[in-house]
Design a protein around this ligand. Structure first.
Ligand code: ASP
Length: 275
């Protein structure tokens, strides 16, 4: 909500963006940087992802995440996974170590255990609602997601997305965030991560709709506007971050605000929540 103080979150986002930029400048791949950035946001409890997630209606936390490498089109995802600290790293593991794109539920957890990913030891005391960060907003914080997009010094693009989903979601509900296409997309031209009401994002096509419009000649800004308008027409709200192969960053939303940060080799770190 406009007027509230988001300076703690904005400072954290600015620091993460600066760290990501330093890693990119050192030659780290976009894929590694988006995984690192999203994992940090999952672990800190300040966002509706990982540690900051709320339980489903059955009383436990199920998480969704996905990651995609633009050049290779390799992708990995986990849906409705329970009990891991960093769903985005398990998604990266699916990309790296399996012939599949997505693992869900018990199978995703079994894979995470097999591969040695960090587990939540004490779920009853691990998860935090981000009270204090959002102050009085907690009853209005109906959904949230973290995402990162990056272009590396080798010209590679990557995108990653992770979420606790929507407040009061049914057990087994899966949103757009783990879906390669709606929630996350990367190719040779764009890397895209969505946030917002997942059902509407899925029904609009989401990220891949933007990519297709750009491939057909639309500007990124126009493509974003058209897809956000379609989400709004369907009754949803959403926000999106996009990095392009020519080094541009586009961020837009039709919700009240979107906590976000950006940085590039030619522009300093910028973090904000509203326009
Ligand atoms: N897109 C997420 C979901 O529907 C929630 C959000 O981004 O706010 O699960």
């Amino acid at each position: 909500m406009a007027g509230r103080d988001y300076s703690v979150v904005e400072k954290h986002l600015a620091e993460l963006a600066a760290e990501g930029e330093a890693r990119l400048q050192a030659g780290t791949s976009a894929l590694d940087v988006v995984e690192f950035t999203v994992a940090e946001m999952e672990s800190c409890g300040m966002y509706v992802a990982g540690k900051g997630s709320a339980p489903n209606t059955a009383g436990y936390v199920e998480l969704d995440a996905s990651i995609m490498d633009g050049a290779s089109r390799e992708a990995g995802a986990v849906a409705a996974i329970v009990g891991v600290v960093n769903p985005i790293s398990v998604a990266r593991g699916v990309l790296r170590a399996t012939p599949h794109v997505m693992l869900a539920g018990q199978g995703a957890l079994a894979f995470a255990k097999l591969e040695g990913f960090e587990l939540v030891e004490d779920p009853d005391n691990y998860y935090v609602l981000p009270v204090g960060i959002y102050e009085h907003e907690i009853h209005e914080q109906k959904h949230g997601t973290v995402g990162a997009v990056a272009l590396d010094t080798h010209g590679g693009l990557a995108a990653a997305t992770s979420t606790g989903g929507t407040l009061g979601k049914l057990e087994g509900r899966i949103g757009d965030s783990p879906l390669i296409g709606p929630g996350t997309w990367a190719d040779d031209d764009v890397a895209i991560s969505f946030t917002g009401t997942g059902e509407h994002i899925i029904r609009s096509g989401g990220a891949i709709s933007i990519a297709h419009k750009v491939a057909a000649g639309a500007t990124v800004a126009t493509a974003i506007d058209e897809v956000l308008a379609e989400i709004e027409r369907l009754g949803g709200d959403a926000g999106v971050i996009v990095a392009t192969a020519d080094g541009r960053i586009e961020m837009a939303y039709n919700s009240d605000g979107m906590k976000r940060a950006a940085v590039s080799s030619s522009s300093p770190v910028y973090a904000t929540t509203f326009d």
